[in-house]
Design a protein around this ligand. Structure first.
Ligand code: ARG
Length: 261
């Protein structure tokens, strides 16, 4: 057998042996499996320049926490909308995907404390007069399926009729916006900065809780999600507290989030 195919088999064996959350890796540590939806930079995205590695703020946070708790970390990438079902069927041990702790989700899963807060924004093409929420009336507005943005847009839609489009992947929706197949996208400021910096044809503005958004929630505080009664919740909260105090979280905020502004 060629060296390359032997290497491939060895690699496969390593991958297979990390499948379940209870398995021990070569180093004797247990592996915990994180679910994410890597279409949401700077929180998580696929780095196509570097071997399609999944990178981002959530990934570095998770690596730090797993390391502190003595676990190996394995990451599973999938559509955002399937993350809670994956937790419930124990295919993954926790979710870090820029996910907000909402009352509806709390019926199904547990959440850690909040570890970052963003704000809802509208992302639109420059020069097309989409500058306030009212300008969305009658427009094609894209949101990611199963997100707090979908909830917000659904509520807005009752006051300000628009055509809602629901997408599985945020990055594909942003491409559609640039190709004029969607007129606007609702996402969060932190994510939109990356796109408005990269694509000079796009603009963003904050959704204020006034006018058509009066009384609606316009912030997007994120937490880690776990299966109900998971022992990991308390352990993660402890490390999140430590990271607040020892400056490690701020370092990662600077590296991934502040650096884009
Ligand atoms: N913060 C929003 C939510 O909970 C959207 C998160 C989308 N995350 C992602 N990785 N695409 O629901």
């Amino acid at each position: 057998m060629k060296k390359a195919s032997l290497l491939l088999i060895a690699l496969l064996l390593v991958v297979l042996s990390c499948g379940a959350s209870s398995s021990s890796g070569e180093n004797g540590k247990k592996t915990i499996v994180m679910g994410t939806s890597a279409d949401y930079p700077p929180f998580e995205s696929v780095d196509t320049q570097h071997g399609n590695k999944i990178v981002g703020f959530d990934i570095d946070m998770a690596k730090y926490i797993a390391n502190k708790l003595g676990y190996n970390l394995q990451i599973k990438n999938q559509d955002f909308d399937g993350l809670i079902p994956a937790l419930n069927s124990k295919r993954i041990d926790f979710v870090m995907a820029g996910m907000v702790d909402t009352p509806a989700r709390e019926k199904q899963v547990d959440f850690s404390k909040t570890y970052y807060n963003s704000y809802q924004v509208v992302l639109a093409r420059k020069g097309e007069n989409i500058k306030t929420l009212n300008d969305l009336k009658g427009k094609k507005v894209g949101v990611q399926l199963g997100t707090t943005q979908e909830t917000l847009a659904t509520q807005l839609n009752k006051r300000l009729p628009m055509t809602l489009q629901k997408w599985d992947k945020l990055n594909e929706m942003v491409e559609a916006l640039r190709m004029k197949r969607v007129d606007a996208v609702i996402t969060v400021d932190t994510v939109a900065y990356g796109y408005t910096n990269k694509y000079k044809d796009l603009n963003q503005f904050n959704i204020k809780a006034t006018g058509p958004a009066k009384g609606l929630s316009t912030s997007d505080p994120i937490s880690v999600a776990f299966p109900k009664n998971s022992k990991l919740t308390a352990k993660f909260n402890k490390v999140l507290d430590q990271m607040d105090k020892n400056g490690e979280k701020q370092k990662l905020v600077n590296k991934w989030i502040k650096s884009q502004k």
